[in-house]
Ligand binder design. Structure first.
Ligand SMILES: Cc1cc2nc3c(=O)[nH]c(=O)nc-3n(C[C@H](O)[C@H](O)[C@H](O)COP(=O)(O)OP(=O)(O)OC[C@H]3O[C@@H](n4cnc5c(N)ncnc54)[C@H](O)[C@@H]3O)c2cc1C
Length: 569
């Protein structure tokens, strides 16, 4: 089999992967490869809209401790507090680095970097570039990376498996979608920055590419997956498409209104109102809708209104131009004149590949960063604008750690066994029948319906158990999925089959963790166990792969500064 090799291999060219690549390139002479299953610059991160959190204004009253406390309280006390402190301390420098690399941050009239309010933050802390923050961050990192010749770009190359032997990294198997070539990619170190998996939901803010491949590959390779039962629902998914209406619309002063014309958040979070943390706002919206105070939407997508009209045309055009464009193009609504229909949409996975504070997985030579990783920054509920920030911080950290690691490795680790490569090639290209008993897109639709209905903002034990049974039954039908296209070049049929299998494996991990967690914490709200239970459940879930389903174990949360208290806003 064709083999290519580099010192460090990065899978994923979103914010986390690009930041890792820039760190390696600017601090070493390592030969780096960066791969993406789409064009590098088409990674999901370009969609990030509202901002990136950092403590930038100490003279106005913000502090690192306040940013850390907001994050810990927002996490419903499941965040590791040493990780949170490292994060808040690193962020101001990251904002200035991007500034030096050329990003056009939005400014105050006096020229200083502007910041806006975001949910759960007690200070205007989200640094932004209009409502296209992720795009400008990606562009800045990508341009910076182009300065370095030792970086090889693999566009539209799909990684199918991580090969570990004796617990150590031996290589990746890669399918080049543009040529159909299947090859082994070896390296001394690997950074996984493959993003999230929200596409297992039907109503989601996420790009079609967010299918959790990296998490699923890591899981299959034997790496533990942490806290996956905590899924974030963003309160303002546009109905019916699910496109995100950024939290910045509420940060800039937008109201949430029910069918009685009331700003209902005063009932649920009197001090923070619309900028309470997302888990609370999403539950409040569903409670209003279930009480008959919502508006009737298509296919059961009942909604509330996001009203921006009082902000005025000038502010909407300056601060939220993309939101206006999205509402006009997709819903024929001009937010200057009319409210926008919104409801909670699956938005983010707080869990991911288990790492330590340096982003290191239990396998020597393998790191994970960004949304694919769970360094335990967000606990049970992420605060808005802390994710792009996490990508920058742990992109930098994992890049630096990989450089240190390869300095001690004289040569590449031994290659994997040839038989494993042959098995993998057969698993990808010869497993699915051309005329299958099941239609892969029907399986995906059924998975999305299960997740939308039974693993949503509110959950119950019996519904979760039923969801688990149905997901396990769907898993049984994977090998019978028909893949009519037998080619290797741009075979999107086959690609979809592999992605669906990954989503099913991860859905099983989510639900298995959620069934047994008999408490409500952050994004995991059980109607049958409505209280947080710190005595029994102040702990992280680790899911380990077994052929018959995940094996769960638990590890403690690191509490260094703040003991859990009641969470009120
Ligand atoms: C609409 C929207 C708006 C958001 N706005 C904000 C915001 O304003 N602020 C904030 O903090 N957060 C925001 N978020 C969250 C944030 O954007 C993401 O969490 C973050 O960008 C994820 O970046 P990443 O680098 O981890 O992964 P991604 O950007 O998702 O990149 C993943 C990369 O992995 C590659 N990949 C995946 N699988 C494979 C495979 N098998 N083989 C090869 N390559 C693979 C992909 O091609 C891609 O290059 C938003 C999320 C959404 C959905």
């Amino acid at each position: 089999m064709l083999t290519k090799s580099h010192d460090i291999v990065i899978v994923g060219s979103g914010l986390a992967g690009l930041r890792a690549a820039v760190e390696i390139a600017r601090s070493s002479d390592a030969d780096v490869a960066i791969l993406s299953k789409v064009q590098l610059m088409r990674s999901h991160s370009v969609c990030a809209e509202g901002g990136t959190a950092a403590m930038m204004q100490p003279e106005e009253g913000d502090s690192l401790e306040l940013h850390a406390w907001d994050t810990v309280r927002g996490s419903d006390f499941l965040a590791d507090q040493d990780v949170v402190m490292r994060f808040v301390e690193a962020m101001p420098k990251e904002i200035l680095l991007l500034e030096h690399w050329g990003i056009p941050w939005s400014r105050r009239p006096d020229g200083r970097i502007n910041q806006r309010a975001f949910g759960g933050h007690t200070f205007d802390r989200a640094v932004f570039a209009a409502d296209k923050t992720g795009f400008f961050e990606m562009q800045t990192l990508y341009d910076t990376l182009l300065k370095y010749a030792r970086v090889t770009h693999y566009n539209e190359c799909y990684v199918t498996s991580i090969l570990l032997e004796d617990g150590e990294f031996r290589g990746l198997t890669v399918w080049d979608l543009t040529t159909g070539e299947f090859f082994l990619l070896r390296g001394k170190a690997l950074i996984l920055a493959t993003g999230g998996a929200c596409r297992m939901y039907g109503f989601t803010t996420y790009s079609l590419t967010a299918t959790g491949d990296g998490l699923a590959m890591a899981y299959r390779a034997g790496l533990p997956i942490k806290d996956l039962e905590f899924v974030q629902f963003h309160p303002t998914g546009l109905v019916p498409s699910g496109i995100l209406i950024t939290e910045a619309s509420r940060g800039e002063g937008g109201y949430l209104i029910n069918n009685q014309g009331e700003r209902f958040m005063s009932e649920y979070a009197p001090s923070k109102l619309e900028v309470a943390p997302r888990d609370i706002v999403s539950r409040s919206e569903i409670t209003e809708i279930e009480a008959g105070r919502g508006f009737q939407g298509p296919d059961g997508l009942d909604y509330v209104h996001l009203d921006l009209r009082h902000l005025g045309a000038a502010k909407i055009n300056e601060r939220l131009p993309m939101i206006r464009e999205v509402a006009m193009r997709f819903n024929f609504i001009d937010p200057i004149l009319e409210p926008i229909p919104v409801r909670p949409a699956a938005h983010y996975f707080m869990g991911g590949i288990h790492t330590d504070i340096d982003g290191a997985t239990p396998a020597p030579g393998v790191w994970a960063a960004g949304e694919a990783a769970c360094v335990s920054l967000h606990g049970a509920n992420r605060l808005g604008s802390n994710s792009t920030a996490e990508c920058l911080v742990w992109g930098q950290i994992t890049g630096a750690e990989a450089v240190k690691f390869i300095a001690k490795q004289k040569s590449l680790p031994p290659p994997p066994l040839e038989s494993r490569l042959k098995e993998e090639e057969a698993r990808i290209f010869s497993r699915f029948p051309a005329q299958g008993e099941t239609n892969l897109f029907a399986i995906r639709r059924e998975l999305q319906q299960i997740m939308d209905r039974q693993v949503a903002v509110f959950r119950t034990g019996p519904e979760l158990q039923e969801a688990l049974d149905r997901i396990q039954a769907l898993k049984q039908s994977v090998s019978q999925m028909g893949v009519a296209d037998r080619g290797r070049v741009y075979n999107t049929n086959l690609l979809a089959a592999l992605e669906i299998e990954n989503l099913l494996n991860l859905a099983e991990v989510i639900v298995a963790g959620a069934v047994v967690r008999t408490e409500s914490r952050g994004g995991h709200a059980r109607r049958d166990f409505p209280q947080r239970d710190d005595v029994n459940w102040l702990k992280h879930t680790l899911a380990h792969y077994t052929p018959s389903g995940p094996r769960l174990e638990y590890i403690p949360v690191k509490i260094t500064l703040w003991k859990p208290v009641e969470r009120k806003y």
